[in-house]
Design a binder for this molecule. Structure first.
Ligand code: ITT
Ligand code: MG
Length: 176
């Protein structure tokens, strides 16, 4: 089975390799998410993940397309990090499977800047005086003191995608 992931981000690609194994044929291609650079709700983040998965499958001859999308969502407690994943099987594009990642509240100094229209990636780099945090530990890694990094968080999401896919195959909802 050949897999295509709709990203070149190493943290996201590592998550897929962690779950499907390094011997699996996995490639990453850059695809548009079709949503804002900084998704601002669960709905928008889910849509980004599904769009990436569909696009990845449409642009290649691969059976499985995976989309992973990071965003934030407003809650009564403040702005939360949210992350979503989707898997699409060629021929079953209208039935994506989705799964969500762990969430934490962002510090208000960061949230305020996002509400003003800035993007989390560059804001994090400036805040931590580091480069390309989004491709490494991610905001979730910084604010959990390295306990759960971005690849760990997405690994859990991809595990749930794989499990749901297996269930759909067992139930004969999807034939590979
Ligand atoms: O190359 P792609 O796949 O687009 O990967 P990305 O790192 O840009 O990730 P997303 O587009 O999924 O994330 C949407 C925005 O949120 C930022 N972001 C999301 N999660 C983050 C994290 O954990 N740490 C830093 N920035 C993050 C990211 O830089 C984008 O501005
Ligand atoms: Mg992006």
């Amino acid at each position: 089975m050949k897999i295509v992931v709709g990203t070149k981000n190493p943290a996201k690609l590592q998550a897929v390799k962690n779950v499907f194994g390094t011997e699996m044929d996995i490639i990453g291609i850059k695809v548009p998410s079709g949503v804002s650079e900084q998704p601002f709700s669960d709905d928008e983040t889910i849509t980004g993940a599904i769009n990436r998965a569909k696009k990845a499958v449409a642009e290649t001859d691969r059976t499985l397309g995976i989309g992973l999308e990071g965003g934030v969502t407003e809650t009564p407690f403040g702005l939360m990090l949210c992350n979503w994943g989707a898997v699409v099987v060629k021929g079953y594009e209208e039935h994506p499977l989705i799964a969500g990642g762990a969430r934490i509240l962002l510090p208000e100094v960061i949230s305020e800047r996002l509400r003003q229209g800035e993007e989390l990636g560059p804001v994090m780099d400036e805040f931590c005086k580091k480069e390309n945090i989004r491709s490494h530990e991610g905001a979730i890694g910084i604010f959990t003191n390295g306990t759960v990094n971005r690849d760990d968080m997405f690994t859990h999401v991809v595990k749930m995608l794989k499990g749901q896919l297996e269930y759909a195959i067992i139930q004969k909802q999807i034939k590979l």
